[in-house]
Design a protein around this ligand. Sequence first.
Ligand code: AMP
Ligand code: GLY
Length: 428
Amino acid sequence: MSTSNKTLVLLGGGAREHAMAWKLTRDGATVHVLPGNAGIPNSHPEISATDFPAIQAFCQEHGVKLVVVGPEAPLAAGVTDFFQGSDIRVFGPSRAGATLESSKVWSKDFMRRHGVATALSWQFRSDKLDEARAKATELGGQVVVKFDGLAAGKGVYVCSSVEEAHAALRDLEQQHNGWFSFLLEEKLSGPEISIIGVTDGNRVRLLAPSQDHKQLLAGDQGPNTGGMGAYCPVPFADDNILAAIRTQIVDPTLEGLQVEQFDFKGFLYFGIMLTPQGPKLLEYNVRLGDPEAEVLLPALESSLLELIEATLDGTLAQCNVWQRPGYYAGVVLASGGYPASGFPTGFPITGLADLHPSILAFHGATRHNETGELVTNGGRVLVLVGHGAELEEAVQHVYREAAKVHFQDVYIRTDIGQRPEPILGTNW
Ligand code: AMP
Ligand code: GLY
């Protein structure tokens, strides 16, 4: 039993948590991951990330005083509130703070109250579908329909015609029984960028800008997924763009957290679209992105452990964030059939031992089968991350190595980190 204050519990079990555990271990912590997965050292598959009494018992048994949260579900279920007042500190917002992610309607109202740049939107309840249809028609179908709640990436419909918008509203109605709320948003256009920081609610330390690739197919086509790959930093995110994001999105958000007296200590993720009219916030997440974390944490030279402890101690102002030079590119090796449900898993994974030593391999959904073989266990199986002095070099390196890893029906999106440089509007 360890009683070191450098022993911590990390909640979650995907490739993001593998990257977090990897980084925190490099920073000098002993990390227990609940539940973790077959590729993450010190995983405890018997304990779910939302079984708070079991997590508490584990912490007591192992002398753990710090819990770091990976995914949104334990935060939305109130893990921080559960440990409030105990000697176990949680890095992640309270349930109230997690509403920034868990309710799109609430977070949109928060953005509006505090002047955060965002898309115009209209809020409806499920008994007002006719009004929503009329509004969507008035807007020529150029709308985004957003279900108000956690929907694992499946609650957002980006529409390009009146027919599509009406079909989205029909689908929403069929998917959800009883009362629900939703938003219609004006459809914006422009490249997307993920800005993620560590905040104590008063100040924020931003990590490198990164870009996700949410759609399944090259060229941003096909269905939305949890994310097929990411890279950082983003070459076109220059100082002007970052300054606009700061003043129009990040700073008003922090002011809002202070004015509304949120005790928000954790990661805060700004999903931003760079439109011709300036940066607009699409969403908050109250956690690291996945797969953004898998590139951001290798790129982070500073100690994540120190940033977390400083946040909880109220000394974040004294911390700087240093990045390693160069670029990091991460590609997801997914099961064929993902993101639809019902695809087969359990296929043996080979080739990991042949990877170049500079490649990081984070496990998302793997397990050992009855004979001890490493096999697939879900949609996003592995995330491989490569480094290069230039983005192109990082991308080429990771794709060359990814070709060495095999499992039946493996799917890899082919254009991670290769979007053409966007032409941004000049009027902001
Ligand atoms: P969200 O979960 O709100 O970030 O939405 C998921 C994805 O839908 C985003 O990453 C965008 O690609 C797209 N999206 C969301 N809101 C808008 C919008 N107002 N205009 C255009 N695309 C959007
Ligand atoms: N990569 C997007 C997300 O984690 O929500």
